[in-house]
Design a protein around this ligand. Structure first.
Ligand code: SF4
Length: 354
């Protein structure tokens, strides 16, 4: 895959701060989105299965070392109920997300869950059942194959930054950049549509790094992008002062969505919840800057406060039905419509499948 903008052009556009120039960038990205992936925004009902994690990413609020957190895991019935809500609500797809675990009990739990969700969510509206995206971290190729065979077809594994030196500053030494790359290769080998993404505004990150991140998406032939602003977490290990000023961070995050869209027009790009943690209409803004996917929270309300990767996560109190209606308003306000009852794979992934 070749990126349509050169690296220096990406750096220039990422650094825009003049409102008129940013509006020009936004408009170009919005129009390119309409032309390449259409005027539809696809939903992925987000089900946060568990906040137990064996890893210790320094930026993350549910990292292993955070002893303050009450840990939870949804049982099978709760997870199925949340997934069936997504199907009935017309979402078309769900995302099963959790902290990273590689033990057999967890791997088998996910495999069974995926198979049951696919089976029980079939209907006239969804003859193949819900589309299932997994976001469960680095696993072995055998595990990826097992989950793919069970019926999941998309997988999001964020690289967080494509700069190995910067990666090393936000992860403990036992978590390596090389193994993250290997996992991305393994996901492709297992037959998944592969998503990745980065954090925007990391301490020490430059515009050059972000432009290179887009180059990384192109080199890896990525199908979908989930990226958002770096937000401080009280449960993490990075100092609060390391976070960018909120206004500048929002501008940079939105510029990054637009420049990614203009560079790689046929990917799915998510308007992540983290944007809404920065500003109330953050997700609408993400859609206006070129995002075409969003993730209403379908996790049972009782455990949502325990799944906070960063401070100030929105939508903790809304019921799943309220999230559905609220997000639909946000999508419409942004000049798009919702793609109800569709898997919503990216044109890029569809092209690969032929
Ligand atoms: S980012 Fe993911 S893998 Fe890292 S500590 Fe948080 S939940 Fe675990």
């Amino acid at each position: 895959m070749t990126a349509l903008l050169s690296h220096p052009e990406r750096v220039r556009l990422l650094g825009l701060t003049d409102p008129a120039a940013i509006e020009e960038l936004r408009r170009a990205s919005f129009d390119r989105t309409t032309a390449t992936v259409g005027d539809t925004v696809h939903y992925r009902g987000l089900i946060e299965l568990s906040n137990r994690c064996a890893l210790d990413c320094l930026y993350c609020g549910i990292r292993r070392s955070n002893r303050e957190l009450v840990r939870y895991g949804l049982d099978r019935a709760e997870a199925i109920e949340a997934a069936l809500f997504c199907a009935e609500a017309g979402y078309g797809s769900c995302v099963l997300q959790a902290g990273e675990r590689r033990d057999e009990a967890f791997i088998a739990f996910v495999a069974d869950l995926v198979a049951e969700i696919r089976d029980r969510s079939r209907s006239d509206r969804l003859p193949d059942g819900l589309g299932i995206t997994l976001s469960l971290g680095e696993q072995s190729l055998a595990t990826y194959r097992r989950w793919r065979a069970a019926g999941a077809h998309r997988y999001l594994l964020r690289i967080e930054t494509s700069n190995p030196a910067l990666f090393a500053t936000i992860h403990p030494p036992e978590q390596s950049f090389a193994s993250r790359l290997q996992a991305l290769d393994d996901l492709r080998a297992a037959g998944f549509q592969v998503g990745t993404g980065v954090m925007i505004g990391l301490p020490g990150q430059t515009l050059d790094d972000l432009a290179a991140d887009i180059g990384f998406y192109a080199e890896r032939d990525i199908d979908m992008i989930g990226m958002g602003p770096y937000l401080h977490s009280a449960g993490g290990a990075l100092p609060e002062q390391a976070m960018m000023a909120r206004d500048a961070l929002l501008t940079l995050a939105l510029n990054m969505i637009a420049v990614t869209r203009l560079s790689l027009p046929d990917l799915n790009i998510a308007a992540t919840t983290a944007l809404q943690a920065l500003v109330e209409d953050g997700r609408e803004r993400g859609i206006r800057f070129g995002a075409n996917v969003t993730m209403p929270n379908a996790t049972p309300r009782r455990v949502r406060p325990q799944y906070q990767l960063y401070d100030g996560k929105p939508c903790l109190d809304e019921g799943s039905l309220e999230c559905r209606g609220c997000l639909e308003r946000r999508v419409t306000t942004a000049g798009r419509r919702v793609g109800w009852d569709q898997w919503g794979d990216s044109p890029h992934a569809r092209r690969r499948r032929g």
